[in-house]
Design a protein around this ligand. Structure first.
Ligand code: ATP
Ligand code: MG
Length: 422
């Protein structure tokens, strides 16, 4: 039996994670049989390599291997693609055509995104899996084929079954053996390894020195959630390789390439040692403030709408007691305490904005709403302008470096420079 290591080399699979090794081992074990295999795992984890491994280690290796992306074929033509059709079966069927199940006789069919198969096709597939029989579209003549099926999906099949989008009997038939590939965030040891490999590949491809991450950037790489898994990691390695002048990538630079890294995916601000004048930390703080403010603003909008609708401030106060408490706190003292502690945690140099303490909405309800929005928006803009100016100064007007430092695209920075007339 070929070793896991040599399989990895042959199929260019990087990583030493235990669960990844177990998945490859399972593929090697099941390959010589004709058992149907379902490969599961999030998008971009590397499912497509497994059916190839299974086919190439099976007795079918000299016969055809056909990969079909079930999600990409229109519902109206998928039956004909898979099972073929008779001449005249539908408009445009000018000749009899063989489908994949006929062509791949003796070989393997990889049904990618199998969860997307229409229910009518699922019935045909079940039949072919059970006894090797199928009918061409528009034909009543039963045909036989000998095909091994390996399928893959990134959706939760139990949910699809519950929603009656996938047949339960077909699911069990397809998943005689299920091989799961773990998400990248659970393969911590592999993340940097993969990044280095991709960085080196792209360095060669674009004839540039290979990029390298500093220690903080590596930490961010490990903490990030990687919703798009290895596909996303590869794309980011490519973007950074091409777009960055400096080949040593810092935390701030990398951060600019990771979507949503500023909220749930970044290391917490609290308790983190803050370097004097550390710009990235400043940005993280601002993000946090922005998110909090957005929440407050939405609550205020809700409250204002209620006031506009009912024109009865006492009733609105009564009905929205919880919301009011959420925005302004239980009483003034609580509110002040909360503000102070927030500032302490965030270590802001000065209170970010003075929130008005409004217990009873003023008579002119429209003004009330607008004032708050305006004031908050203005403060926000001031902070943003200040940050952009600082960054441009620090980078001597170089927009590319400044945009990387700010974690926004060059285009956005350009737009903001125009907008604020900087
Ligand atoms: N272990 C690995 N080593 C090197 N490259 C990998 C590895 N796993 C995946 N890749 C690369 O990551 C990309 C995504 O992998 P793949 O297409 O197999 O994802 P997938 O699991 O089929 O995702 P989807 O469900 O979205 O189709 C490919 O370019 C693949 O070559
Ligand atoms: Mg795929």
């Amino acid at each position: 039996m070929e070793s896991i290591q040599s399989i990895k080399q042959r199929f260019e699979i990087i990583g030493n994670d235990v669960k990844l090794n177990r998945a490859i081992e399972k593929a090697i074990q099941v390959a010589p049989t004709d058992i149907s295999v379902l490969v599961t795992g999030e998008s971009g984890v590397g499912k497509e390599a497994l059916p190839k491994i299974i086919h190439s280690l099976s007795h079918r290796k000299h016969a055809k291997y056909i990969a079909v992306n079930c999600g990409a074929i229109p519902e109206g033509t998928i039956d004909s693609e898979l099972f073929g059709h008779e001449k005249g079966a539908f408009t445009g069927a000018t000749a009899t055509r063989s489908g994949y199940f006929e062509v791949a006789d003796g070989g393997t069919i990889f049904l990618d995104e199998v969860g997307e198969l229409p229910l009518t096709t699922q019935v045909r597939l079940l039949r072919v899996l059970e006894n090797g029989e199928f009918l061409k579209v528009g034909s009543s003549q039963v045909q036989k084929t000998d095909v091994r099926i390996v399928a893959a999906t990134n959706i939760n099949m139990f949910e699809a079954i519950k929603k009656e989008k996938f047949r339960e009997d077909l699911y069990y038939r397809l998943s005689t053996v299920e091989i799961n590939i773990p998400p990248l965030r659970e393969r911590k040891e592999d993340i940097h390894l993969l990044f280095r490999k991709f960085a080196s590949d792209f360095g060669q491809k674009y004839k540039m020195p290979t990029i390298r991450l500093d220690d903080d950037a590596v930490q961010l790489l490990l903490k990030y959630r990687w919703p798009g898994n290895i596909r996303q990691l590869r794309n980011i390695a490519e973007q950074v390789s091409v777009l960055e002048e400096s080949r040593l990538i810092t935390l701030a630079t990398l951060n600019g390439y990771l979507p949503n890294s500023s909220n749930s995916n970044l290391p917490a601000v609290v308790g983190k040692e803050k370097k004097e004048g550390d710009f990235s930390t400043e940005r993280e703080i601002l993000y946090k403030v922005l998110f909090d403010m957005k929440g407050d603003l939405n609550d205020l909008k809700k409250l204002t709408l209620e006031l506009l609708k009912h024109n009865d401030s006492e009733k609105v106060q009564e009905e929205n007691e919880n919301l009011i408490r959420k925005i302004y706190g239980d009483d003034e003292e609580d509110y002040t305490e909360q503000e102070e502690s927030t500032n302490k945690i965030l270590q802001l140099p000065e209170p970010y904005s003075e929130k008005p303490i409004v217990k009873t909405p003023p008579v002119d309800k429209y003004d009330f709403a607008e004032e708050i929005q305006e004031e908050e928006t203005l403060s926000l803009q001031d902070k943003e302008i200040e940050l952009i100016k600082k960054s441009l100064e620090r980078n001597k007007g170089k927009r590319k470096a400044a945009s990387a430092e700010l974690g926004i695209s060059e285009r956005t920075l350009y737009r903001k420079i125009k907008q604020y007339d900087l």
